[in-house]
Design a protein around this ligand. Structure first.
Ligand code: C6P
Length: 569
């Protein structure tokens, strides 16, 4: 049913274990959207012509599909949004403008995704209310006693993920709602169901939550569409979120009145095709059955947990007693990013990094993890393939030579000990030509990334010193430190030293040193790094979206070169 899964990646059959980030789309969803655009496309709620009526019918039918799917009382309680993030922003912003004030508290947990933290911080800043995070234990479970202690009459909102995206912990959401009703009667309860919705049965009446939000794209549906369920009375009491077409009853310059639910919260032309696709996705998962999906994924998770623990030096991060199909892990001495690159070369898609949960990573004392997240189309054979590659990585990864540990104070000796790379060629262009010639010997991704890693092997190890004397470069998936200066005795030559805790990034740093260190600042500024990385077939590492160090490093080096050229260094 999933055409995308029948492909090879780097010559290997694709194994897609990044379902918590986004699931793949079945043919039924792709077809529903294509059919809509080929036959029914028009704006909704606005015209009497046939296409508009068909589009409106499809859109409102989809709302009814959502209602049944989550067992809401009334379809008008199901608002279409752009996704979970949009839904939470709507709730936090509207509560901020109507219910929150100085001294009020919003209770979250240490497990939350940034989308369930930052919108509340924005609302708190605007209202003088306070965001509080209830703690978890080391297994990644919310401590219910601690949660209860934090509930009070001051609590105006509680917003908790049903399933943690980073660890897979299933939170006892029904119990937490009951406790909230008892101890914080002024609070609304928001369920972030982003990671639950595709993996178990949802019944908002049974839960008795005030809000429940999710994204279409994690439910085998399209991106850019999601749902905000809210109890009618609670939604009615909120002010509108955005103003625009379709959310009004009457408009005049003197006074505007708003449409009833659900339109009050759906300003502007919505993602109609996305909504149609979402309904097709719901029909699709229901044809399989969420209870069966949950049972299958539970079995797969148990199998995968047992098998992955066979990998030497593995550390599973997140060992809650109740878990959805997510395994977060680290291998001793191997950067998560390097594991991600190696797995990709084997055709296995996982996510690496902080998973948009920086406070959680800090609480667990890790920079990030590798995360394999399952869907019902994954198999035990695919898990076996993952385990084999991980065993290979654990066995073959060369432990990094002991770098001096970071220490709090930088000494002059430390700075003197840093080796700034000398010039590797006449100009950045000459260095680029030499590198391009070397890398042209490798015609596949694995060969090219091994070449990069080998270059990194020869980079002087200065992670500890650089960490002690410089700030971490922001916007990177691994920890990167860089310092630069005008070459002593010159006024216009850039020199820099940098290091990272991922092998692949160390290799990219080595490439950047060959290109730029020891070169005239003006030549550095004029050189087109992006074009060079495209030329050598490594442009996946330079796009800023990848955030693996290089985009920020290039920006930093350009800044240093500019400072030198304008004599600020
Ligand atoms: N988590 C992940 O890889 P959006 O981006 O709006 O569809 O969903 C945001 C969101 C909110 N809450 C939870 C619990 C989530 O997991 C996510 C999205 C993805 O884990 C992408 S960062």
């Amino acid at each position: 049913d999933f055409p995308i899964l029948a492909q090879t990646v780097h010559g290997k059959p694709l194994i897609y274990f990044d379902n918590a980030a986004s699931t793949q789309k079945p043919r039924a969803v792709i077809e529903a959207q294509r059919h809509y655009y080929e036959h029914d496309n028009a704006n909704i709620h606005r015209a009497v012509h046939t296409l508009s009526q068909r589009a409106t019918h499809g859109y409102e039918q989809a709302r009814e599909t959502v209602r049944k799917f989550i067992n809401a009382r009334d379809a008008a309680e199901c608002i279409f949004t752009r996704g979970t993030t949009d839904s939470i922003n709507l709730i936090a912003s509207c509560l901020g403008r109507s219910r929150l004030s100085t001294g009020d508290e919003v209770l979250l947990s240490e497990l939350e995704h940034h989308s369930n933290i930052v919108p509340w911080q924005l609302a708190a800043q605007a209202t003088g209310s306070k965001v509080i995070a209830t703690p978890i234990n080391n297994a990644g479970e919310i401590l219910i006693d601690e949660f209860t202690k934090r509930l009070s009459l001051k609590t105006k909102a509680v917003s908790i993920s049903w399933v943690s995206n980073a660890l897979g912990s299933i939170n006892p959401i029904a119990e937490m709602i009951r406790l909230t009703r008892r101890h914080a009667p002024n609070a609304v309860f928001v369920v972030d169901a982003a990671q639950w919705i595709a993996h178990g049965v949802t019944d908002v009446l049974l839960l008795d939550c005030d809000f429940l939000v999710f994204s279409g794209h994690k439910l085998y549906g399209p991106t850019g569409v999601g749902v905000l369920y809210g109890k009618r009375a609670v939604l009615d009491a909120l002010p509108p979120y955005q103003g625009g077409g379709d959310m009004i009853e009457t408009v005049s310059f003197e006074k505007t009145t708003y449409a009833a639910l659900p339109n009050k919260f759906e300003a502007g032309t919505p993602n109609i095709a996305g909504v149609i696709g979402l309904a097709a996705a719901i029909d699709y998962v229901q044809s399989i059955g969420l209870a069966d999906i949950a049972a299958y994924e539970h079995d797969l998770l148990q199998y995968a947990t047992a098998r992955i623990n066979e990998v030497p030096t593995i550390r599973v991060i997140g060992t809650a007693a109740s878990k959805a199909g997510v395994i977060s892990f680290l291998l001793d001495g191997v950067a998560a990013l390097d594991i991600g690159v190696k797995l990709d070369e084997a055709g296995i898609a996982v996510r690496t990094g902080h998973h948009c949960c920086m406070p959680l990573m800090k609480r667990l004392g890790v920079e990030g993890t590798v995360r394999a997240s399952f869907a019902f189309y994954n198999t035990k054979q695919e898990v076996d393939a993952l385990v084999e590659i991980l065993k290979w990585i654990a066995k073959n990864h060369k432990p990094a030579a002991a770098a001096p540990p970071a220490c709090a104070m930088a000494s002059p000796q430390m700075i003197n000990a840093i080796s700034f790379a000398p010039r590797s060629a006449e100009s950045p262009k000459a260095a680029a030509d030499a590198l391009a010639e070397d890398i042209a010997l490798f015609d596949d991704a694995a060969g090219r990334s091994q070449f990069v890693i080998d270059l990194g092997d020869r980079l002087p190890k200065s992670f500890g010193q650089l960490k002690a004397i410089s700030q971490r470069l922001p916007g990177c998936m691994s920890e990167v430190y860089v310092i630069g200066r005008a070459k002593p005795g010159s006024t216009n030559v850039l020199e820099f030293a940098a290091d990272a805790n991922a092998d692949i990034v160390r290799g990219l740093i080595a490439i950047m040193q060959r290109l730029f260190s020891g070169q005239r600042a003006d030549d550095v500024r004029a050189f087109d790094v992006e074009a060079f990385f495209r030329r050598i077939g490594l442009d996946q590492f330079i796009t800023t979206q990848r955030r693996n160090g290089l985009g920020s490093l290039v920006a930093k080096l350009r800044q240093l070169a500019t400072d030198i050229a304008t004599k600020e260094v």
